[in-house]
Design a protein around this ligand. Structure first.
Ligand code: GLN
Length: 495
């Protein structure tokens, strides 16, 4: 037993917080000062997984504890010290299967690591496990997983959001210190909001998509999901950067995204898009008003403005993302990667494998996409959606001439009940109304806990102009400090 483990045991009752509840940057500082050992963190994580996983079901697979304990010993000189990270199961990993929560890939063992995984491993991280998601990342609740739904740690009757619901629930339940998710139309931000954690979708092109199983290639981005804003910045430092394996990743000088954290935001111009708040009522409205008050207290200037094409974002997004998905998912055919369901003829092999391999939501998207791209309909559907995308991009361009950051709720409601929206795909799609526009415009956006609605976490979304992650994180950090301070001060703990 290490000295620190012994000490912790002796102090037992005085330890109010287990190590798995602390953010990464605090753990690294404690390890640096020799007050704790990485293996203590690993033990606490596995204890939490054993205790909570039967209810939460955040993971599809978990690495063996002995392996991570052995690995952390030889990583002690690296910056991330062998601390394990949870990874959404659509990001390929050499030592754990990558299923995309699909029957099709149930037994798929990749032979290489995604670039983000390689970068994190080079920095001394290990992979704790692969987290549940909506099949191929299509969904907003993690109920479309072919295996099982994940539950929201704040209320087990509710969804954790999606599609990165497993990553969000794992971090919120302290079954992970931090995680990676992927975001095509909100899949990092919305589950982060539902589970009361922080989630960042970087600018399109900032993080390599090599090894991310493609859903909609012009929208997909990988990003961090963490307990606080500082950790988001820290993880981004490791995963951002050009990759010759992803031609859409950009060449830019590396930045330290933690650099501006803690600097004041006095004089910053914060924009509140009218279209994002008009329909809010009750506690959601009160939350937004409290955010505005916080920013004013921090010395920022609040400006109401308009993003006039917002109402067209959902149809444009579902047409574009489904069109790209229908092309990307053509590779799953029973020949490569996947289960083969019939050998009687080539046609039967394709048809049977795809009918049995894909779940209903994936099939719906493939049908929408194939229709939108078909000859005779292409211009009317896909072509029009692309034009709408350009208009949405222009809305943001003109907004960012007036303001530094835009704010909105991440989702119109807090986490909904399991089953509540399954029979109504449109209601499910509409829950993405606030996250989809920034995706279509390729902009960075972060969700930060912003109080409570109906007793459940309610997230604030902050959006910045392209490649302004440092500014975005600086403002998000200032907001996070302020709201934590207010919560601590409030006698009713109203937040
Ligand atoms: N909920 C959205 C969808 O189903 C977003 C998914 C995502 O970002 N991966 O398409």
């Amino acid at each position: 037993m290490s000295v620190s483990s012994q000490l912790r045991e002796e102090l037992g009752a005085f330890f109010v917080m287990n190590l798995n509840e602390k953010p990464l940057h605090e753990l690294l500082a404690l390890i640096e000062k020799n007050e704790i050992q990485p293996r203590d963190v690993i033990s606490d994580l596995y204890a939490a997984i054993a205790e909570r996983e039967p209810q939460i079901r955040a993971y599809i697979s978990v690495a063996p504890q002995e392996r991570l304990l052995a690995e952390c010993e030889r990583l002690c000189d690296k910056p991330l010290k062998g601390i394990p990270i949870a990874v959404k199961d659509n990001i390929v990993t050499k030592e754990l299967k990558t299923t995309c929560a699909s029957r099709f890939l149930e037994n798929f063992q990749p032979i290489f690591d995604a670039t983000v995984i390689k970068r994190l491993k080079d920095a001394g991280a290990t992979i704790l496990g692969k987290t549940n998601l909506d099949e191929f990342a299509m969904g907003s609740s993690t109920e479309n997983s072919a295996f099982f739904p994940t539950r929201n740690p704040h209320d087990l009757e509710r969804v954790p959001g999606g599609s990165s619901g497993g990553s969000a629930a794992a971090v919120a339940a302290h079954e992970a210190i931090c995680a990676l998710g992927s975001d095509t139309g909100g899949s990092i931000r919305q589950p982060a909001a539902f589970c009361g954690i922080v989630g960042l979708k970087p600018t399109y092109g900032l993080v390599s998509r090599y090894g991310l199983v493609a859903f909609a290639s012009s929208l997909d981005q990988i990003g961090p999901m963490t307990k606080d804003v500082y950790d988001c910045a820290l993880l981004l430092n490791y995963i951002a950067g050009h990759d010759h394996n992803d031609s859409t990743s950009v060449q830019r000088p590396p930045e330290d995204y933690t650099r501006e954290l803690g600097q004041e935001i006095k004089g910053f111009r914060i924009g509140v898009p009218r279209e994002y708040i008009v329909e809010l009522s009750g506690q959601a409205k009160v939350c937004v008003e409290s955010w505005i008050a916080i920013f004013r207290e921090l010395g920022a200037q609040i400006l109401e403005l308009s993003l006039p094409h917002t109402e067209y974002a959902i149809p444009a997004y579902y047409l574009i993302s489904s069109s790209e998905a229908s092309a990307n998912l053509a590779r799953f055919d029973g020949v490569r990667y996947t289960k083969r369901m019939s050998e009687s003829s080539v046609d039967a092999m394709f048809a049977e494998s795809r009918s049995q391999g894909f779940g209903p939501e994936v099939k719906r998207r493939i049908m929408i996409g194939t229709y939108a791209l078909s000859a005779g309909y292409y211009e009317a559907w896909y072509g029009k959606a692309q034009r709408v995308r350009a208009l949405i991009r222009q809305d943001f361009e003109s907004a960012f001439q007036k303001v530094d950051i835009l704010i909105s709720p991440t989702s119109p409601t807090p986490a909904f009940k399991l089953g509540e929206r399954l029979k109504d795909p449109l209601a499910m799609y509409l829950s993405d109304i606030f996250t989809v526009p920034a995706s279509l415009a390729g902009l960075p956006a972060i969700s930060v806990p912003g109080g409570r609605v109906e007793g459940l976490p309610f997230g604030i979304q902050l959006i910045a102009n392209a490649f302004q992650e440092s500014k975005l994180l600086r403002v998000a950090y200032a907001f996070e400090r302020a709201i934590l301070h207010n919560t601590a001060r409030s006698p009713r703990r109203a937040q």
